[in-house]
Design a protein around this ligand. Sequence first.
Ligand SMILES: [Zn+2]
Length: 113
Amino acid sequence: MSKKEMEDKKRENTKKDTETHKKTVIPCPVCGKPLGEDNLPDIGGVIEERLCSEKDVRIVNSEVVLEYDFYHYRNEEEGVAMEDQHPLGSVIKIVFDSSGKCTAFDIVKVCPG
Ligand SMILES: [Zn+2]
């Protein structure tokens, strides 16, 4: 196997890991439908747009637990908007390293809002 082929294979495995990780699915505590990446809070929405939207303020060397409210607004099985959207709450554990980079983002719990 050439070096390039090995690198391609490595890249493919990394991609697979990312995809697996993305497919976190939690059953909705209100309606029982699956909550996946369309609905669940993510780093972009929670940290970049809200918590750390001010670029000159950073949380460093910390593990924080957040409560975050969001809506079950999308039926992910059918790929359409939910007819009866309902509020949900979540508990998220986040870790920041010494440069303020988010190194862990774990949704610990989803509960009725
Ligand atoms: Zn729901």
